[in-house]
Design a protein around this ligand. Structure first.
Ligand SMILES: O=C(O)CCC(=O)C(=O)O
Ligand SMILES: [Fe+2]
Length: 363
């Protein structure tokens, strides 16, 4: 059994040091003996499938995810993320000075990652200050936002009295990601090290967006669903306005990634009705995150989550997402990029040149 894994890794031309690391992970992983063979099959099959992924091939990704509702599959995908981490040098944040989230604190970071692994989310203990939120909001006035639903016109800036669509975001995420304060946040040592430790490989920023919502027609993200952007990924939500029960609190089902219950004929990313979630998860695990402006939520949105439809008022939210870069790695983009060490996102080179892989998407 174990020989099958070893032969596969050798045939794939992994470096011997990486093979040794993978084999020692296998020795340590807690899986019943009679399940180990299946786990190896998932590892090999998913790694092979992953090589086929190009660009935005979500169909293959969906196949790789958790459709089987099988915890072994999740373990295998997590391990693939870790294997990618063995192939790319990780960033060392330990000598970084204080970032926008405060002083880098290894113990705190370990605690956040433990919570993410166990519960699937963590609410950071301090708020981002008003100055940060205001700077991002000010920059948004020059950005064109697109309605998430329907054929309504794009609109420049945030207009909370506009009721044409209940939710807007921007199609051009580069515009958000190049805001200086947003880059400062993306490269904050606490945020990046949480992402790197959780994903177990260099965190690649694949999404940076601002959403603003008002009451109106329900957006598909306002029904429970799982995201499947990569084999392993992490979202960070930052409220840029106060969020109460009435203006669209983000919801999460605690522990759902490790204890997935799904309707029959389910595909990852299908929408799941509230009634199903209520029947299948204890009420105390169905969480609504109200919070002040500046609230930071770390979350694995491969667990069940949604935005609540707004009853009144508005909600503005900044979203960051980091992933293990499966698609980039397989096309060797990351590796080539690392050699070139050049980034075209030159607006604030003190951030982008320090962490070129984080900004890989924009290069
Ligand atoms: O609006 C929300 O709170 C949910 C957003 C969401 O589904 C996502 O970012 O993946
Ligand atoms: Fe989502």
């Amino acid at each position: 059994m174990i020989q099958r894994l070893k032969s596969y890794l050798e045939q794939e031309n992994f470096d011997q040091t990486v093979i040794d690391l993978i084999m020692s992970d296998f020795d340590l992983i807690e899986i019943a003996d009679d399940k180990k063979d299946k786990y190896i099959s998932y590892l090999i099959e998913n790694y092979n499938n992953m090589k086929r992924i190009k660009g935005g091939d979500f169909k293959t990704l969906r196949k790789l995810n958790t459709i089987d509702i099988d915890p072994l599959m999740i373990k295998a995908n997590d391990q693939i993320s870790k294997i990618i981490g063995y192939m790319l040098p990780k960033y060392d944040f330990s000598k970084e000075g204080p970032g926008i989230l405060g002083v880098y604190d290894e113990t705190k970071i370990d605690h956040i990652v433990d919570c993410l692994n166990e519960d699937g989310y963590y609410i950071y203990d301090t708020l981002l200050d008003d100055q940060f939120c205001q700077a991002v909001l000010d920059s948004c006035q020059n950005i064109t936002f697109n309605p998430k639903l329907g054929r309504k016109k794009p609109i420049k800036g945030i207009h909370l009295d506009n009721k044409a669509s209940s939710t807007y975001w921007t199609n051009d995420q580069y515009e958000i990601s190049k805001i200086r304060d947003v880059q400062r946040l993306i490269t904050d040592p606490t945020i990046l090290s949480v992402a790197q430790k959780y994903i177990q490989s260099v965190p690649i920023n694949i999404q940076t967006n601002v959403w603003w919502s008002v009451a109106g027609k329900k957006d598909p993200t306002q029904d429970f669903h799982q995201d499947c952007e990569d084999l392993k990924f992490l979202k960070v939500f930052i409220y840029l306005s106060d969020v109460t029960k009435k203006n669209g609190p983000h919801c999460y089902v605690r522990g759902s990634r490790n204890n997935l219950k799904t309707p029959s004929k389910y595909n990852t990313s299908n929408r799941v009705p509230d009634s199903f979630i209520k029947q299948n998860y204890p009420a105390e695990d169905i969480l609504k995150f109200t919070g002040k402006k500046g609230t930071i939520i770390f979350e694995n949105t491969n667990g069940f989550h949604k935005g609540s439809p707004l009853i009144e008022g508005h909600r503005i939210m900044l979203q960051l997402e980091f992933c293990c870069g499966t698609r980039g790695i397989i096309n060797n983009v990351a590796v080539k990029h690392l050699r070139k060490k050049k980034v075209s996102l030159q607006v604030n080179p003190e951030f982008t040149q320090k962490y070129p892989l984080v900004f890989l998407k924009y290069t």
